[in-house]
Design a protein around this ligand. Structure first.
Ligand code: TTP
Ligand code: MG
Length: 376
């Protein structure tokens, strides 16, 4: 005889609900520039390649929301952006600056999370299930937004939901400075009318194939015959349909520590000009240093790479006797090592790579302070 308080009553107990928060900075590079140069605030700002009066090559990295009104967007040719809005402020990409801001923002966010996962330079997942309710989670998210605004002078958009995919879709739902909370019982209504391409991971190709099958919206995908999806996409078909139904058990977790941080650049024209080479080397040092700081790491081993015009490639590495994150040391050592490669041969590419890391002390999570029954 099954115990009356056994299996069946267990089934009635809802599983502890997961609450995932996704945060994405608004027009990140452009917002940082506007913060650095307040006269840019409220203006169309385009960050990317030099437009050269419409003749420039290269693309838009990002642009302010004011510039988006002119139809400008990320990855658009810079020449086209110039045609659309010649009076926009065009700025070059300043990676070290954005990385430094990103590192500080991520540092703030990490402190709010039970589990934390940085997704890109300007977005992250926070598991905040311990807050226990979506109402508390929303209030918490407002504190996070205000914290970032006060510390870094930029805005972000936040999405909250029972899984990573929904949280990510939600953060993009109202931008800029948005906040979208999707409770478990609202997931189906939220997702159904959206286009399938809204699901992260469903790209242009899959969207086309689905379209040919008559599947345009997420609702249609959720209701579609699973066997047919498997026949067309294999196991990916099941995963896709689950996401469309709001089922997403992937955990928020830190990615593994990187083994190395490298950056290299090919000169527009092969060169034997030491001034030009050293300048580029300094810039690369700045880039790898920014990533290092961004990841909260210190390194011990530094390598440089030199490729001559004929493709002959050499590397040279040097190991410090202590861990460091000092930019001047990187630049000094890289310059010293590159010297022996500076002869009458033209150089095509140079690179810097940092390896052998130690991690700074892991930051103490402060989420407990916000828990409803906290004694802190
Ligand atoms: P996104 O978060 O995709 O874009 P965004 O922050 O500029 O704007 P949104 O408000 O829509 O989130 O990308 C973050 C940064 O990554 C962006 O500021 C610049 C950089 N980036 C590129 O350099 N090239 C690209 O094609 C994209 C999409 C982003
Ligand atoms: Mg963004």
């Amino acid at each position: 005889m099954p115990d009356r308080n056994g299996d069946s009553s267990d089934l009635e107990t809802p599983p502890p609900g997961r609450i995932v928060l996704h945060v994405d900075m608004d027009s990140f590079f452009a917002s940082v520039e506007a913060r650095e140069h307040p006269e840019l605030k409220g203006k169309p700002v385009v960050v990317g390649a030099d437009p050269k009066q419409g003749q420039g090559r290269g693309v838009v990295s990002t642009c302010s929301y004011e510039a988006r009104k002119y139809g400008i967007h990320s990855a658009m040719p810079i020449s086209q952006a110039y045609q659309l809005c010649p009076h926009a402020m065009f700025l070059p990409v300043n990676f070290p600056l954005y990385h430094a801001v990103s590192a500080r923002v991520m540092g703030i966010l990490r402190n709010y999370a039970e589990a934390f996962q940085q997704l890109s330079i300007d977005e992250a997942y926070l598991d905040i299930s311990g807050l226990g309710s979506y109402e508390t989670a929303e209030a918490y998210a407002r504190v996070i937004k205000e914290d970032i605004r006060a510390a870094e002078g930029i805005t972000c958009s936040i999405g909250i939901g029972p899984g990573k995919t929904i949280a990510k879709i939600a953060s993009d739902y109202q931008k800029p400075d948005g906040m979208t909370v999707v409770k478990p019982d609202g997931v189906a209504d939220f997702l159904s009318p959206m286009k399938v391409g809204t699901i992260p991971g469903i790209g242009k190709k899959t969207t086309m194939v689905l379209g040919a099958m008559g599947i345009i919206t997420i609702g249609q995908l959720a209701a579609f015959d699973v066997q047919e999806l498997i026949a067309r996409f294999g196991r990916g078909g099941i995963a896709m349909r689950e996401l469309a139904r709001g089922i997403d058990r992937r955990e928020v977790r830190e990615r593994g520590i990187r083994k190395s941080i490298g950056r290299e650049v090919t000169f527009a024209e092969d060169t034997d000009d030491p001034g030009q080479i050293l300048l580029k080397l300094d810039a690369l040092a700045g880039d790898v240093h920014a990533t290092l700081v961004h990841r909260g790491l210190r390194f011990k081993n530094l390598a440089i790479k030199v490729r001559y015009a004929g493709f002959a490639t050499y590397t040279k590495s040097s190991t410090f006797d202590h861990f460091t994150d000092d930019l001047a040391s990187i630049q000094r050592t890289a310059r010293m090592m590159v010297r022996e490669f500076l002869d009458d041969r033209k150089i095509r590419l140079i690179g810097i790579r940092l390896a052998r890391f130690d991690q700074h002390a892991v930051r103490q999570a402060t989420i407990d302070e916000f828990l409803p029954d906290s004694t802190a």
